[in-house]
Design a protein around this ligand. Sequence first.
Ligand SMILES: [Fe+2]
Length: 102
Amino acid sequence: MEVQKMKDFMNPTELEKKHTPVIERVGTSGEVMVRVGLVPHPMEEAHHIMWIELYRNKELVEQKNLEVGKPAEAIFEIPDLKPEDILMAREECNIHGLWESV
Ligand SMILES: [Fe+2]
């Protein structure tokens, strides 16, 4: 499946706004919050985000499965996370496919 990304950061489409993972480092303890997306994605049976994956330096940290009816977000713990580590997130929408962002 082809991975989709936001093409123009200054002018995202509605589809891109709803599906781009937003990665946020919480404090300094290695907690990372990933939300989908810039505007919240629906979490209904007919249309929802199935899972979120977080990668550190291109290596998968973990895949978290999401539940219908709960927010489209997940918290990851990377105890030895360093400021220079590069984070990337992927998510899959049951209708709109695979998306990623850094
Ligand atoms: Fe979607």
